[in-house]
Write a protein that binds this ligand. Structure first.
Ligand code: KIV
Length: 274
């Protein structure tokens, strides 16, 4: 187990730690990882939350979308990340169509916790997922609900676009965020949402809100590891930043990201939407 050099004790980040950080106004640093080596590096660089994202379908498997990712893929990648994750809270994504009813959601979420060692699962959706989130929460499974741009719905949305720009959509996202908290979600993630809406949501719920392309006022930030390392296949998203620029090692690049999230210098206006 990882030992704190000063106290000699291991301190695992938990849902309570994250809640306290929100209350204290301390930024929460999150990053994706898909294998053991990066899990070790992130865990020793001060990252609070490691997400095994279904973005692995694109950045590891080379698919155009996250849709082909299977439960077995998620179980495998989460297990190898868990092997070196001793301090951070570990979240695993529920892949496309793995939570289309409450029973399916519970048995797949249980696999990620029992077989892989995840501490929380993440699923995409607002109002439509209330029953699933309630069922998982009642079964003792911590849930992060992903709102805003939901990549698993890319074909329904007609592309990767900023969500919640018009008044009606913004109001419905705010209501969904509160409803998800009320049925037991422990964390919310907002992707590609105007900064003002993300700020309103962050202030109107008690659980931590993590942003990606959602401005600087969220309680924490997350990016896809490959974007931070500047090795994204194709064009990186506008909300991302290559932290390898000006750094001569991967470790320093990761540490720069951690520092920039903690001191609030990332994201800037350049990586945010209005
Ligand atoms: O799959 C993923 O990596 C994600 C992040 C974009 C937040 O959901």
């Amino acid at each position: 187990m990882y030992k704190n050099p000063e106290s000699g004790t291991v301190s695992r980040t938990t849902v309570n730690t994250l809640m306290k950080k929100k209350q204290a106004g301390e930024k929460i640093v999150c990053l994706t990882a898909y294998d053991a080596s990066f899990s070790y590096l992130l865990d020793h660089s001060g990252v609070d939350v490691i997400l095994v994202g279904d973005s692995l379908g694109m950045v590891i498997q080379g698919h155009e979308t996250t849709l082909p990712v299977t439960m077995d893929d998620m179980v495998y990648h989460t297990r190898i990340v868990a092997s070196q994750c001793q301090r951070a809270l570990l979240i695993a994504d529920m892949p496309f169509m793995s939570y289309s009813n409450i029973n399916q959601a519970l048995s797949n979420a249980a696999r990620l916790m029992k077989e892989s060692g995840a501490h929380m699962i993440k699923l995409e959706g607002g109002e439509t997922q209330l029953e699933v989130v309630r069922h998982l929460a009642r079964s003792g499974i911590p849930v992060c609900a992903h709102l805003g741009l939901q990549p698993q719905s890319v074909h329904k949305l007609g592309g990767y676009r900023v969500q919640g720009r018009d008044k009606k959509d913004a109001k419905s996202m705010l209501l969904s965020a509160r409803a998800l908290q009320d049925v037991g979600a422990d964390m919310l993630l907002l992707e590609c949402v105007p900064s003002s809406l993300a700020t309103d949501i962050t202030h109107s719920v008690e659980v931590p809100v993590i942003g990606i392309g959602a401005g600087s006022e969220c309680d924490g930030q997350i990016l896809v590891l490959q974007d931070v390392l500047g090795i994204t296949p194709g064009t990186p998203p506008r909300f991302s930043k290559n932290f390898m620029l000006g750094n001569d090692s991967i470790q320093k690049g990761i540490e720069s990201y951690v520092q920039a999230v903690r001191d609030g210098s990332f994201p800037s206006e350049e990586q945010s939407f209005s």
